[in-house]
Design a protein around this ligand. Sequence first.
Ligand code: PRP
Length: 195
Amino acid sequence: MNKKSAEPRVQEQLCRDVERVLFSADEIQDRVRGLGKQIDERYAGKELLLIAILKGSVVFIADLMRAITIPHEVDFLATSSYGASTSSTGIVRILKDLNEPIGGRHALLVEDIIDSGHTLAYLTRLFSARNPASLEVVTLLDKPSRREVEIDLFWTGFSVPDEFVIGYGLDFNQKYRNLPYIGVLKSEVYQPGSE
Ligand code: PRP
């Protein structure tokens, strides 16, 4: 194979709208495996239900569920809070509720990122009222500098600075979710004229 054809893989096909890579695909896989092991230990012998908050967590849960070796089920909930804006409105809409009741089950909410905390604050209130045996949260990314409401996070993959992050499920205007790494979006993409 000549050098030219190998180049895109070496550079992880760095998208031209990415300012820099924060976490490579390999770093993410290592961290997800670590989280899977911790979840295995905590929920051994329990009826675990993973609840993915769509759409951002779809890539994370796909890898996380394969890193978990104990038997478990998955369900999906769709919310919307951001629209086409880059900051949270604090208003959470349920676009699709869970398929199954969670009463008496050990529910683990799976998020891609916690920013203001409004989405999870709302969802933990909503799900607590359904009487699960336990309710905890795992997020791949945490942006603590943006927090507006307190959240009890059980597991966090990585802490991120207050920058616009994309890839591995995270989007801007529904794009970039397919990047295999997590990167910072160039500001001129979401603030045209800022370059
Ligand atoms: C993102 C993310 C979280 C939420 C976090 O979802 O997936 O659910 O925002 O923000 P918060 O802590 O400020 O509430 P978004 O509404 O962008 O939808 P998406 O997952 O479909 O991209």
